[in-house]
Ligand binder design. Sequence first.
Ligand SMILES: Nc1nc2c(ncn2[C@@H]2O[C@H](COP(=O)(O)OP(=O)(O)O)[C@@H](O)[C@H]2O)c(=O)[nH]1
Ligand SMILES: [Mg+2]
Length: 301
Amino acid sequence: MGLRDSLMKGLSRSREAISEIFYMGGEVDESFWEDLEDTLVMGDMGAEVAMQVTDDLREQAAREGLRTARQLREALAQRLSQELTPAKRDPFRALPSCVLFVGINGAGKTTTVGKLASEALNLGIKPLIGAGDTFRAAAIEQLQVWGERSGVEVITRERGADPASVCYEVIDEAEKRGSELVLIDTAGRLHTSPELMRELAKVVNVTRKRANMPVWVVLVVDATTGQNGLNQAREFNQALDLDGLIVTKLDGTAKGGIVVAISHELKLPIWRIGVGEGIDDLQPFDALEFSRALVGETEGL
Ligand SMILES: Nc1nc2c(ncn2[C@@H]2O[C@H](COP(=O)(O)OP(=O)(O)O)[C@@H](O)[C@H]2O)c(=O)[nH]1
Ligand SMILES: [Mg+2]
């Protein structure tokens, strides 16, 4: 299955919910607009975005005489794509750069580091991976497996080592080797916790001080966690001043609207999306393509 197909399949529930309101009555009346707003809220987009988007679309439909389901769905996709904060730069292309991956356990940090290392290598970039998650021995081993898979070296220290000093050493090694892209995995917890945030804030500060290159902090969020994903994003952003997002598991049963809610509220760009467990299951993010997959027509995409 192609990457686009994985995303289309993953977001099929969202599209079906939208389809229902477009085809049930076929009349664009008051209840249609109410149903649209409700469907957007139910799709995890958040009440504020749902209301604003519905109001704007309603105005546009009146102004431009949009009537058919096709016209309205395309206008809806266009309007939703505006809620997604555009990326000014791509830290995996704007080199040199050092990216710290943060997020709760199971979000997909380690997997995403592996995928990005492979992506970079395929583009002729010299990446280096750092094992900043020293909390569990299994975490270090898992990252080493991804290093072997992608063919990229992983700098590790023993379990229990101070993650901030691991980052310091990783930058040292990157400078020695002339690596242009440093990808550092960090530890998560099951939930956000003050202790985790303090540890990560130290990791970020030490890395920023030590690195002679831009340092980016990216939150990896599992799209299937819905509203909980938005809460995590708020907490991580408050503690660490995030630079951007990577949303994973969009091939799964995610509602997808959470992507819009987070990007809109925190004004953070989405740099990549994960659409599977394999090394190549990572996609650049295209706001309009994503919005169409979320609410638009399936044909012609
Ligand atoms: N379906 C799917 N699974 C993913 C994706 N990204 C990660 N995973 C899976 O999610 C689980 C947790 O990933 P991991 O990288 O260990 O998360 P971490 O705890 O944040 O480092 C693993 O089983 C991964 O294979 C994705 O985009 N799609
Ligand atoms: Mg991990």
